[in-house]
Design a protein around this ligand. Structure first.
Ligand SMILES: [Zn+2]
Ligand SMILES: [Zn+2]
Length: 403
């Protein structure tokens, strides 16, 4: 088997140049035209079979090894966030309100590096690697869009892997574990209809703002009173709009929030109790409340397949010392790689990328940054996982012959 780490280290200057270029020119979800173009050109120069416009702005590259075998999918996300960068880096975003604040600039560069590693070594591995450069991971449904465009067909992968750089972990720490890793995420909204009126004449009104305040308080009791302490769930309300003037009682209140869960039964129970609670609170004040769960925005939980996690772990030990591979408690953020892992067994892994001197901001923060030494490490890890999977999966026991 190829030792990909030294090879990946020779690509370090390229990986950094790609990453900085993407960082300087971030593009929001489903608008990654420039990024996709650079990716597609690179894959073309490597002689890969390239499709563009997959899930609107995604790119898929297919590369075959020296002999036929199974198909593995590697996924890299490309989108930036609507954040104005405040890192002061020489290659900071050129645009207000657009920033690679989650490390997807690094992921895109890593994917291009993996493509090059696989092309350089294609004589040494068998099977097919499908590289997906996915658009719109940040809550916009990019994974679903590429699935609808057939990324899991022609050829159909039998395994899927992805990696996220994580600047909250020290450089080189790797998380590879079976089972739940990231939570399912829901987006909900609540509209409360009261009866507005003069601030001096409350007796003729139904104060939607007050009902909203009671609803916020009541909803926060659901997890502590209706969900077992052995289950994990988060309910957070991030928006509350009501009222327009100091002396007017609000007719309407509008709230939005997110739910994070792992077990579908916990999610169902939460949603049911939210509806009942809102109805009860609104009725107590003579108002009406409408709960909307935005199902089309739902992201399932990231659950790693046991066998695939074991393969990824084994492969990773060829790149990272075993003592740096750890397990963590599942985290409550979500990832739409879950859409792919729901359909293809696979494993999602996290690689520590804390910048020198410590992170000045976490993911999705205007001061977010990564350690660029993580780029060659990640490329080596992903190339090793892909080729080891193909090797293992391709080694069928010989057919038994009857005597
Ligand atoms: Zn993110
Ligand atoms: Zn991300």
């Amino acid at each position: 088997m190829t030792n990909y780490l030294p090879l990946a280290k020779t690509l370090r200057p390229k990986l950094i140049a790609w990453r900085r270029d993407f960082h300087q020119h971030p593009e929001l979800g489903f608008q990654e035209y420039r990024t996709a173009d650079i990716v597609a050109r690179h894959l073309n120069t490597l002689g890969m079979e390239v499709s563009t416009g997959v899930g609107k702005t995604g790119v898929v590259g297919i590369i075959e090894g020296s002999a036929p075998g199974p198909v593995v999918l590697l996924r890299f996300d490309m989108d930036a966030l609507p954040i104005t960068e405040a890192t002061g880096l020489p290659f900071a975003s050129e645009y207000d309100g657009r920033m690679h604040a989650c490390g997807h600039d690094g992921h895109t560069a890593i994917g291009m590096g993996v493509a090059e590693l696989l092309a350089l070594t294609r004589q040494s591995w068998r099977g097919t690697v499908k590289l997906l450069f996915q658009p719109a991971e940040e809550g916009l449904g990019g994974a679903k869009a590429t699935i609808q465009d057939g990324v899991l067909e022609n050829p159909t992968p039998s395994a899927a892997f992805a990696l996220h750089l994580w600047n909250q972990f020290p450089l080189g720490k790797l998380v590879v574990q079976p089972g739940p890793l990231m939570a399912a995420a829901d987006h909900f909204s609540i509209t409360i209809m009261g009866h507005g009126g003069h601030g001096a004449v409350p007796e003729d009104t139904v104060d939607a703002l007050l009902v909203g305040a009671q609803a916020v308080s009541a909803l926060h009791h659901i997890i502590s009173r209706n969900i077992s302490p052995h289950d994990t769930a988060v309910l957070s309300i991030g928006r509350f709009h009501a009222g327009g003037a100091f002396n007017v009682i609000a007719e309407q209140a509008y709230l939005e929030g997110t739910l994070r869960t792992f077990a579908p039964s916990v999610r169902d129970r939460l949603i049911q109790r939210m509806a009942e609670t809102l109805e009860g609170v609104a009725a107590a004040y003579g108002a009406r409340a409408f709960l909307e769960i935005k199902d089309h925005e739902f992201t399932p939980a990231v659950i790693n397949d046991e066998t695939m996690a074991a393969i990824a772990y084994q492969a990773a030990t060829r790149v990272i010392p075993e003592k740096h591979i750890e397990r963590i408690r599942p985290i409550m953020v979500s990832e739409d790689m879950a859409e792919i892992l729901n359909r293809v067994p696979g494993c999602y892994i996290l690689l520590g990328a804390e910048p020198e001197g410590g992170a000045k901001g976490p993911h999705h923060n205007p001061r977010f940054d990564i350690h660029e030494d993580a780029l060659p490490l990640a490329a080596a890890i992903m190339a090793t996982i892909a080729t080891e999977y193909l090797q293992k999966e391709g080694t069928e026991p010989p057919p038994s012959t009857s005597l």
